[in-house]
Ligand binder design. Structure first.
Ligand code: UGA
Length: 434
């Protein structure tokens, strides 16, 4: 099929490259000229495992091209995928301005019948609004499909090929058939429903995963009071198939460009209808409190005073495997440390460049190597469980630190055995370490 993908951020670029790799003819539309030039030169503007290899392959075999000319792209296409950004506004509403601009342009420029597929995360009700406001006014017939994605950053290419389900939200049979054809090579079940339900599936999935994380964080906190061990509790709870093992890792809480934004967005929609959605509110509160709980642990271990104390911060990306620092717990911790007067020595395998643009203080220095970052520090905070950090030589680390050798494992990720008996003041979430 001839497909135009509008927007080459995380979602759009993965979709464009993987669809081209499946034999479709793809035009990727990108209005940012720096990004466009990079893509045309086979460079990916984002880090994603396996992506550059596919990008190079599909450019070389001619199944993808990139342009900033949307009018030209849609004049030769059957299907248009929208994958532009939908960030949060300051009042938690979802900013749909890029979606509206694209919908308006498609409506004005369409010269043939089109199927418009929404891959950007948009609040339930958006599709109906777009149809009413724009697509129903077009001189050409436009069919609309909500087709949310469930890709995780850092695993997005793998997730594309191994997705659990493909959601196809439309009552238009012709459009549904086109989507079946688009994804013909993927084995996942194709689940058909109406537009608004498909939009809700995306929000409900992310909100539920965020709920799992906040729930296990509360259980971990309670483990500390009653003397239980989350390392024993969480896996055993997850062995119940109805609950499942994933997303039960306690620690500093969730970050990233999706869970914080989508939980806020869903809460806003609920409040718009006057519905309190108490569970979601609690999930968000617990997530914020978890970072403060980590900071309290550190403060207590350092006599409630961080002023002029050297602290190593390992991890600035919101999770391992990505250079993305959006809503990263590591960045929040860095800001809290700076405001307490600490001298922060930060390290991350991929996110240093991005963090440097966000953290401006003479109190912070950035380091490539973890052994360099910990030198002379009284405490270390592990904020992101990069394998580069979880399997360090802890004796060597301790030798270059200063007393009292505090180690706050914000991800419960350091093997307990490797720090036992080394003389660290080890802190974590809900774990028994004695
Ligand atoms: C998430 C969803 O997992 C994807 O399915 C979805 O497509 C994506 O959002 C999106 O809406 O685009 P992502 O934000 O890339 O993907 O990252 P996750 O792997 O889900 O992790 C999110 C955050 O939760 C990270 O900060 C991670 O450290 C934290 N987390 C995850 C925990 O604190 N504990 C866990 O057990 C699991």
């Amino acid at each position: 099929m001839n497909v135009t993908v509008i927007g080459t951020g995380y979602v759009g670029l993965i979709a464009a490259c993987c669809l081209a790799n499946s034999g479709h003819q793809i035009t990727g539309v990108e209005k940012n000229l720096t990004k466009l030039t990079m893509l045309q030169q086979r460079q990916s503007p984002i880090y994603e495992e396996g992506l550059v290899e596919i990008l190079t392959k599909v450019i070389d075999n001619g199944s993808i091209k990139f342009t900033d000319d949307l009018a030209l792209a849609i004049s030769t296409t059957d299907l248009v995928i929208i994958a532009v950004g939908t960030p949060s506004l300051s009042d938690d509403r979802v900013d749909l301005s890029q979606i509206f601009a694209v919908a308006e342009t498609i409506t004005a420029l369409a010269t043939r019948p089109l199927t418009v597929v929404m891959k950007s995360t948009v609040p339930p009700g958006t599709g109906k609004m777009l149809i009413d406001r724009y697509f129903s006014q077009c001189s050409q017939e436009i069919s609309y499909v909500s087709n949310p994605e469930f890709l995780r950053e850092g695993r997005a290419v793998w997730d594309w090929y191994n997705t659990d389900r493909i959601i196809i939200g439309t009552h238009n049979q012709k459009a549904a058939n086109q989507l079946n054809e688009l994804y013909a090579d993927l084995a996942a079940p194709k689940v058909h429903m109406d537009v608004t339900s498909a939009e809700m599936v995306k929000y409900a999935s992310n909100a539920f995963l965020a709920t799992k994380i906040s729930f296990i964080n509360e259980i971990a906190n309670l483990c500390e009071y009653v003397g239980a061990d989350i390392d024993a509790v969480a896996p055993a709870v997850g062995m119940d198939n109805r609950i499942g093992k994933q997303f039960l890792n306690a620690g500093l809480g969730y970050g990233g460009s999706c869970f914080p934004k989508d939980t806020k967005g869903l809460r806003f929609i609920a409040s718009y209808y006057g519905y309190p959605f108490s569970v979601l509110k609690a999930v968000m509160e617990v997530n914020s409190a978890q970072k403060i709980r980590g900071m309290r642990k550190l403060l207590t271990a350092l006599d409630n005073n961080l002023y002029n104390k050297r602290i190593a911060l390992l991890g600035l990306s919101f999770k391992p495997g990505t250079d993305d620092t959006r809503e990263s717990p590591g960045l929040d911790i860095a800001e809290m440390l700076i405001s307490e007067g600490a001298l922060v020595q930060a390290c991350d395998p991929l996110a240093l460049a991005s963090a440097k643009t966000l953290l401006h203080s003479e109190q912070i220095t950035f380091h490539e190597a973890p052994y360099q970052a910990v030198a002379g520090c009284q405490a270390i905070i592990l904020a992101t469980e990069w394998p580069e950090f979880t399997h360090l030589d802890w004796q060597k680390i301790k030798n270059s630190m200063q007393a009292p050798y505090v180690l706050l494992d914000g991800r419960n990720a350091i093997p307990k055995e490797s720090i036992k008996n080394l003389g660290f003041h080890y802190l974590s979430f809900g774990r028994q370490t004695d």
